[in-house]
Design a protein. Structure first.
Length: 69
């Protein structure tokens, strides 16, 4: 994942594996505070939303970059 993005959390049928690190965001959305989850039973009807936050130490630099995950 690019250094300008941080993971805020996940909403859906997930269980936190409680792995923290530099890419974990400060704001928690859903099951946050981690960068790794266990998705038990996933099928074609399962919906999961992952939320990210921008590392906004310098917004002028972030506006001109491309993020990846």
């Amino acid at each position: 994942m690019s250094k300008d993005l941080k993971i805020s959390g996940i909403i859906g049928p997930a269980t936190s594996l409680k792995k923290t690190g530099p890419m974990v965001g400060e704001v928690e959305i859903g099951k946050g505070g981690t960068s790794s989850w266990y998705l038990g039973q996933v099928d074609k009807c399962t919906t999961v939303a992952v939320y990210y936050e921008l590392n906004t130490n310098n917004t002028a630099k972030v506006m001109n970059k491309v993020g990846y995950f």
